[in-house]
Design a protein around this ligand. Structure first.
Ligand SMILES: C[S@@+](CC[C@H](N)C(=O)[O-])C[C@H]1O[C@@H](n2cnc3c(N)ncnc32)[C@H](O)[C@@H]1O
Length: 422
């Protein structure tokens, strides 16, 4: 494609994602469907340019205050994810001069908001929470996320799969913490790999794998994945149960549960029972009250721990949407806890970075439920033989706290309780 045409296409896509009517990945996929002739390299440039603009939106909007031409074009020039000389061959002389001027700006001279590119309602609590670690987080959120795989331990061994992938030309290393994980360099087309087709691997962030490990679902148990979605954790739990017992995969979204079906078929699991529920107080939940050994609540959340992959989330959330989410999270945890039998374990987890969705929800649950004993996540991870467990937890060892800048995973939180009385 001619550089000018590619830059025009980038500006077009940038305009579409910045409307924030739909998640950025859906907008990009739709754009590719509507422009089938685009090659793989052009697609990569388009997607990465749109994501670069979403990541550095505040800075780029500030810089785009100067220059000329349509605003989206200026933003696409600033975020263009391709060689500089290729880009410059698409620019007019004034645009080249403007880009050189922007390139020459000393980052240290920029205001804080133009350096962190976060909305204030998000930057403020993160600064308060992280102190000196705030800026490393900002850097980490601008890095691409690695591609992690979970090996299906029901059917395969991690090292065998690693060797198999190597023969297929894919370099994978064991993940540092999850005993089930492999981290892959680059972004290979996995669907063409036999290990994927036969269900030996699934794409799953290492942090997500640790949440399933923490749940410690065992052979023959009754287990509920309360917010199963497309079943990432369900599949990990089912394999940990060695395809025995009964694993309910609930979600209010039948559409998301539908996406679990092909994954389930590949996984060889037959102990999983997906069911759409109307809401967290559905009759199905009431019928199972007091009968369940393990519950995981992978709660609907702001998703801000996944900003490396979904940078649009910081612009699509607001203090108001956050308040709605925290009320929902508390209600779901409350209902899910009723499922447990005495001695059972419940894990509450999110992929949010914010205390409001994490520690605050867990503290309120503990305070309101004397029949539940808070478990030390560090001890649970150690029991699951996760290396360096203390480094994955809050200072007191109580909660799981995964951060992109510290652990290379998405941001995750988890707390766990045991039911001590019926
Ligand atoms: C973080 S996602 C789950 C991701 C999934 N566990 C996985 O590993 O792929 C949260 C899910 O909660 C579901 N959800 C929202 N409200 C719910 C409710 N009241 N009861 C159960 N699930 C709910 C959403 O539909 C969404 O699929």
């Amino acid at each position: 494609m001619h550089p000018k045409a590619l830059l025009d296409a980038c500006a077009d896509l940038v305009a579409q994602v910045l409307r924030f009517e739909h998640p950025a990945d859906a907008v990009v996929s739709r754009y590719f469907r509507e422009h089938r002739s685009l090659g793989p390299r052009e697609r990569a440039t388009l997607a990465e340019t749109a994501y670069a603009v979403l990541r550095r939106k505040l800075l780029f909007e500030h810089l785009a205050g100067s220059g000329s031409g349509p605003r989206e074009r200026r933003l696409a020039i600033l975020g263009f994810a391709g060689p500089r000389d290729f880009l410059k061959s698409a620019l007019s002389e004034p645009e080249k001069a403007w880009l050189d001027h922007c390139d020459g700006i000393d980052p240290a001279s920029l205001s804080e908001r133009h350096r962190h590119n976060l909305p204030e309602w998000l930057a403020e609590p993160l600064k308060a929470q992280l102190g000196d670690d705030f800026w490393p987080l900002v850097e980490a959120l601008n890095e691409p996320a690695p591609l992690d795989l979970r090996v299906n331990m029901l059917t395969d061994k991690r090292e065998d799969v690693r060797q198999e992938l190597k023969l297929a030309g894919i370099d994978a290393r064991p993940t540092p913490y999850s005993p089930w994980g492999l981290r892959v360099q680059d972004k290979p087309a996995l669907t063409r790999v036999d290990a994927f087709a036969r269900g030996a691997i699934e794409v799953q962030d290492e942090g997500s794998q640790l949440l399933a490990l923490l749940t410690d679902a065992r052979r023959g148990q009754m287990v509920v994945d309360f917010c199963a979605g497309a079943g990432g954790k369900t599949l990990a739990l089912g394999a940990a149960m060695r395809n025995t017992g009964r694993l309910y995969a609930f979600d209010v979204s039948a559409h998301r549960l539908e996406k679990l079906k092909p994954r389930l078929a590949r996984s060889k699991l037959s102990n999983v029972h997906p069911a759409a529920i109307a809401h967290e107080r559905d009759d199905r939940i009431k019928r199972l009250a007091g009968k369940i050994d393990r519950v995981i609540v992978d709660a609907p959340c702001s998703g801000l721990g996944t900003l490396r992959r979904n940078p649009d989330l910081k612009w699509r959330q607001s203090p108001q949407s956050l308040a709605e989410l925290t009320a929902k999270q508390a209600a779901i945890l409350e209902s899910a806890a009723r499922l447990l039998k005495a001695g059972g374990r419940i894990v509450y987890a999110t992929c949010s970075l914010l205390r409001a969705e994490n520690e605050d929800i867990a503290a309120a649950f503990t305070a309101g439920h004397p029949g539940f004993r808070r478990l030390q996540v560090r001890e649970l991870l150690e029991a699951a033989k996760v290396p360096d467990a203390a480094s994955l937890c809050s200072a007191d060892g109580q909660d799981l706290r995964l951060w992109p800048q510290r652990h290379g995973t998405d941001g995750f939180y988890a707390a766990a309780w045991e039911k001590v009385q019926s």
